[in-house]
Design a binder for this molecule. Structure first.
Ligand code: ASP
Ligand code: MG
Length: 411
């Protein structure tokens, strides 16, 4: 039996009518003869509410208890979903993460999946049931409930598709698909028909918040096609898949903006083997996610080292820096908090020249000063003042014609 995984986000199951609507989507696929596995998020703002409930009692709640609490939002949805299907005359059974032995590591609030036992799900599908799995949660080897990080139900969906051998994971959400840029900032942005995993990974990690980045990693690794769609509209949405040759013809697929960044600079670090390792070992121990590391040699004796972090990691970073400072003998540390990053992403950059020039020109024309520049093979990012970031994004989108569908752009 061919299996399709359908993941429904919080807004797509927010109330009884929405759950019924989602259930009708399930039935449509089921009636075509597919085995359907549903992954559901907590309803509406339920997870935020649970976070607020926790903070009311304890400003610094133990992470294990936080996961235990937050996982309940999804559990409510899946049982309600199964009841809705039952009322429509379809056999359905719901499971929590632990019931399908979704084994994760023990990093509470951002656990990573280790393995999934698909056996029970296969058995239920064989019996003609729709299987509904609570997203976002797993269990560690000690039997503790874990969660995968906010937005983690996407990852449950794609990881389950991979584990069950499903070729397709549909992600139902409240937007039509993936846009060339955030339409709230760039009003003329258009929806993409398709995007490669690599581009989507760059966009997702750069703050195009439509999907959880780990979900895309799973899709890429296990060859699961991801189809992002609007749960309340009958339109196609965006397919995330392997790169196909015509994708190379598009120079820039999308542009992103990432707010709430801070830039850390270590000035005049001793230029000796092992210093960078020390710095990032401390940051890793503090569980700080670091982006855009740049080191430049100033002289045979000294080097400058800079990197970006999310502002939410600033306190942990400062603590780590206190330890680092003496160890690497750095002369000065500067921290800039009001930073944003604007980026362009496209696999076509590999084979086209002039992309950087066009981006910098657009920023110059918009009178946006570039603080620092970093690149990957398929991305160029500029750090800019946060209060200029929206203007910067709009300028870049204009320069690369991101208001037009990819096949009619002239740049
Ligand atoms: N309910 C969780 C959250 O709000 C997980 C998810 O929606 O994917 O972050
Ligand atoms: Mg979500």
């Amino acid at each position: 039996m061919e299996i399709i995984v359908q993941k429904f986000g919080g807004t797509s199951v927010a109330d009884a009518e929405k759950i019924r609507q989602a259930a009708r989507r399930v039935i449509k696929i089921k009636d075509k003869g597919f085995g359907v596995v549903v992954v559901a998020s907590a309803r509406g703002k339920q997870t935020d509410q649970l976070v607020a409930d926790a903070l009311e009692l304890n400003p610094n709640p133990p992470k294990r208890e936080m996961d235990q609490l937050l996982s309940t939002g999804e559990v409510q949805t899946v049982s309600l979903f199964a009841m809705a299907l039952d009322a429509m005359g379809y056999d359905a059974i719901s499971y929590t993460g632990s019931q399908i032995r979704m084994l994760t590591d023990s990093v509470f609030t951002k656990a990573r999946i280790i393995s999934i036992d698909g056996e029970r799900i296969h058995q239920q599908l064989e019996q003609g049931k729709v299987v509904i799995v609570a997203g976002f949660q797993g269990i560690d080897e000690h039997g503790n409930v874990t969660t995968l990080g906010r937005g983690g139900s996407d990852t449950t969906g794609v990881a389950l598709a991979a584990a069950l051998g499903a070729k397709l994971c549909e992600i139902y959400t409240d937007v039509d698909g993936i846009y060339t840029a955030d339409p709230r900032i760039y009003k003329d942005a258009v929806m993409m028909k398709q995007i490669s995993y690599d581009e989507m990974l760059e966009m997702a990690s750069l703050g195009a918040g439509v999907m959880h980045p780990r979900a895309i990693e799973f899709g890429k690794k296990y060859d699961v096609t991801i189809h992002v769609r609007n749960s309340s509209k009958e339109i196609e949405g965006t397919i995330i898949t392997h790169e196909v040759p015509q994708m190379e013809g598009v120079v820039v697929s999308g542009a992103t903006i990432q707010r709430d960044m801070a830039k850390i600079g270590l000035v005049g670090v001793d230029n000796v083997p092992g210093n960078a390792a020390k710095v990032f070992a401390h940051l890793a121990r503090a569980k700080v996610v670091v982006h855009d590391i740049v080191q430049t040699e100033l002289s045979p004796e000294k080097a400058n080292l800079s990197f970006m972090i999310n502002v939410s990691d600033l306190d942990a970073t400062k603590e780590a820096l206190d330890k680092i400072k003496g160890e690497v003998n750095c002369q000065n540390i500067f921290i800039r908090e009001d930073i944003a990053e604007v980026s362009v992403v496209g696999v076509g950059m590999r084979s086209h020249y002039g992309v950087a020039e066009k981006m910098f020109e657009a920023l110059a024309e918009a009178k946006v000063n570039i603080d620092s520049i970093t690149t990957s093979e398929i991305r160029i990012s500029c750090a800019v003042d946060d209060d200029q970031a929206e203007k910067a994004l709009v300028a870049i989108c204009g320069a690369f014609e991101l208001h037009k569908p990819a096949d009619v752009r002239k740049v």
